[in-house]
Design a protein around this ligand. Structure first.
Ligand SMILES: Nc1ncnc2c1ncn2[C@@H]1O[C@H](COP(=O)(O)OP(=O)(O)O)[C@@H](O)[C@H]1O
Ligand SMILES: [Mg+2]
Length: 233
């Protein structure tokens, strides 16, 4: 159904290690995320935010519990099926940008299309369109070293949206940026959320950045402590 949540977590537990060294990073997470929402995930360091993001992004598997994404029971899928889900529906942005240093902005942005096996013309058209959306079309042939931190993060966002994902996951996307650059990134995420309808889920430490979101999920010690809805927009 159209207004079913795009993401539904039920009793999600994640345990790292085994035996005496086992550590439960997530202790039973229940969370629904509506299609088209802009969610900020907050909480102290070590509270399980990145662990939850890796599970949401189908990069890691819960130890137990249910994860429904787009109606698929992710916890029942094998590695290849999860990779297909990722490529088809998800985009990722990380704190450290993770760009290839000796390649141009355009080549970085085209990479997910290369993995998909798209031909050169499709890669070029979609890559340039994504760079245009983040305001970096004139910089298409610059390498990361020739770009500022804020511009590098915008290239990373272009790379994340070049496949038209339904959901954009961003783990501390402004962690390495000053306030002015951080606000530019938040404005860009807000625009992608509103005009392209992308569901955005973003981890941040900063209340000023979380204020751009509509929903704020607070983590503490591996559980969802509380959820604030009806914020910013
Ligand atoms: N691969 C791992 N192996 C063992 N422990 C881990 C691993 N990843 C995270 N942890 C632990 O799980 C807890 C939650 O980590 P994390 O999800 O990265 O927290 P946050 O992103 O909120 O800072 C922390 O105590 C961390 O040390
Ligand atoms: Mg983290």
């Amino acid at each position: 159904m159209a207004n079913d949540p795009i993401i539904r977590l039920r009793r999600i537990v994640k345990t790292y290690g085994t035996g005496a060294t086992a550590f439960q990073a997530l202790k039973g997470i229940d969370l629904d995320i509506a299609r088209g929402d802009f969610v900020a995930v907050m909480g102290p360091s070590g509270s399980g935010k990145s662990t939850a993001m890796n599970i949401l992004g189908c990069l890691d598997m819960p130890t137990s519990g249910e994860y429904l994404f787009h109606g698929h029971h992710v916890e029942t899928l094998d590695r290849d099926q999860r990779a297909l889900l990722r490529r088809r529906y998800l985009g990722f942005v990380f704190q450290g940008f993770n760009l290839l240093s000796r390649t141009t902005a355009l080549e970085n942005v085209e990479l997910p299309l290369l993995y998909r096996g798209e031909d050169r013309h499709v890669r070029y058209d979609h890559g340039m369109a994504a760079l245009d959306k983040v305001g970096l079309k004139p910089w298409w042939d610059h390498t990361p070293a020739e770009l500022s931190g804020g511009q590098q993060q915008r290239v990373a966002i272009a790379r994340a949206i070049v496949t038209n994902p339904d959901v954009l996951l961003a783990d501390e996307p402004t962690g390495n940026l000053d306030t002015e650059r951080s606000i530019e990134i938040m404005e860009l995420l807000t625009d992608l959320n509103r005009s392209a309808g992308i569901t955005v889920i973003m981890v941040t430490h900063e209340p000023e950045m979380a204020a751009f979101a509509r929903t704020i999920v607070h983590f503490r010690d591996g559980v969802v402590e509380r959820i604030e809805t009806g914020g910013a927009h």
